[in-house]
Design a protein around this ligand. Structure first.
Ligand code: FAD
Ligand code: DHB
Length: 398
């Protein structure tokens, strides 16, 4: 037997995009349901992004999600760029007239969002299966799922948000031929670790080394996160902990500066790709976050983009569902794609400048070094990096 119900917005996916959308809609008095095929514990533990643009931080504060972030988050006013045996500091506050970024892990944002949604009595269904969206040509599309206990549900919605990540189902539910995809692969991956050791640096170090890229970032004053460029099809079994630390030291250390090591609590390899699907809407089905676009992680844009999409979408859905005003939903896709393409270019540029292609490429290597020298010596070039890194497009939430 199928249990039927109705709500205003059906949301597929309890990642940062889906959960924040549900939270923002609730602030506007709009009901939603969130369905998620993983468990709550899995969603809260999944290690991913860690760096928030100033606008994302301000948004979280404005919508009542800033308390823990303001106590535990780490505000950074710049980064280090390292190449050719030298480390250079970029001071974002000076370059941008006061902008900054904050280290605050995606896991913590997701924990706060889940806790706040459940405390508000919201319907968030974990461990669902067989999610379907249908009747997309109707003004009342339908969301179907099987709950954790095996019961089948059908929810009539006034709109559906596909916040189900890159491997979700919603993008493929758009009518055949509607969605155009622009993408780029990269011939390398990132090996990321979480380690119980205080960071060896006050701000992030992005290092272009002739043997590959490395990044030193952090989660807390006691926990470091580090990344290494590895071959695209690399197997994590080839990277015992000792080898990871040796390679990190090789790519990050400079005379007079040592990398502290410690127990590795998590390690994984992630592929890198740029991918943009457009449009991000078909009638009353809207895509947001990784469901519509992926960027390579260099520059930390993925999470920020996902949260920006749903901020715009929440305002647009409010206008549609509360006031019957179609204009904001009509411009949702184009407005979002402008921001997405800016971040797609920035992430591609940072990635291309800092990673070493497999195979000899002396021309490419000299171009990278010329660009890095320019970014660290010209105020105009440094400002371009700083402005993009701290967030170029303002977010509006009134
Ligand atoms: P997701 O976080 O992917 O959430 C989608 C949710 O939908 C998931 O919980 C999924 O289980 C659920 N779902 C999928 N299919 C269904 C279905 N059929 N039914 C119900 N639920 C479904 N970004 C950075 O800025 N910096 C980083 O260092 C960084 N590292 C990353 C490392 C990895 C391994 C990955 C995969 C991504 C990383 N990102 C990083 C990107 C960033 O984490 C994402 O951009 C962000 O998670 C996007 O949020 P989202 O809510 O759109 O998608
Ligand atoms: C982090 C990840 C990134 O890709 C990046 O550019 C900066 C920080 C992080 O995980 O903290």
């Amino acid at each position: 037997m199928t249990v039927t119900a109705s709500t205003q917005v059906g949301i597929v996916g309890a990642g940062p995009a889906g959960l924040l959308l549900s939270h923002l809609l609730a602030l506007r008095g709009i009901d939603s349901i969130v369905v998620e095929n993983r468990s709550r514990a899995y969603c809260e533990a999944r290690q991913r992004a860690g760096l928030l643009e100033a606008g994302t931080v301000e948004l979280l504060r404005q919508v009542g999600l800033g308390q823990r972030m303001d106590v535990e988050g780490l505000e950074h006013g710049g980064i280090y760029l390292q190449f050719a045996g030298e480390r250079h500091h970029l001071d974002f506050r000076d370059l941008t007239g006061g902008r900054w970024v904050t280290i605050w892990a995606q896991t913590e944002i997701v924990k706060d969002l889940i806790q706040s949604r459940l405390a508000a009595g919201a319907q968030v269904e974990f461990e669902v299966s067989d999610t379907e969206v249908a009747d997309l040509d109707d003004d009342r599309p339908v969301l179907r799922y099987t709950d954790a206990a095996g019961g089948r549900h059908e929810v009539r919605c006034e709109a559906i948000a596909g916040c189900d990540g890159f491997h979700g189902i919603c993008r493929d539910c758009m009518p055949p031929g509607l969605v155009r995809v622009a993408e780029r692969g990269y011939p390398y991956s990132w090996l990321g670790i979480l380690a119980t050791v205080p960071p060896s640096t006050d701000e992030l170090i992005y290092s272009r080394h002739e043997d590959g890229f490395a990044l030193h970032t952090m989660r807390t004053p006691q926990v470091s996160r580090l990344y290494l460029q590895v071959p695209a099809d690399e197997d994590i079994e080839h990277w015992p902990d000792d080898r990871i630390w040796a390679e990190l030291r090789h790519r990050l250390e400079l005379p007079g500066w040592e990398l502290k090591d410690g127990p590795i609590t998590e390690k994984a390899i992630s592929p890198m790709r740029s991918f943009v699907a457009s449009p991000m809407r078909y009638r009353r089905l809207f895509l947001a976050g990784d469901a519509a676009h992926i960027v390579p992680p260099t520059g930390a844009k993925g999470l920020n983009l996902a949260m920006a999409d749903v901020t715009v979408l929440a305002e647009a859905l409010t206008s549609l569902l509360r006031d019957g005003n179609h204009h904001p939903v009509d411009s949702y896709s184009d407005a979002s794609l402008r921001r997405v393409w800016r971040a797609t270019h920035f992430s591609w540029w940072m990635t291309s400048m800092l990673h070493v292609d497999p195979g000899p490429d002396p021309f490419g290597a000299e171009l990278q070094l010329a660009q890095l020298r320019y970014v660290t010596s010209s105020r105009a070039a440094a400002t371009t990096l700083a402005e993009n890194y701290t967030g170029y497009f303002p977010l509006h939430w009134s």
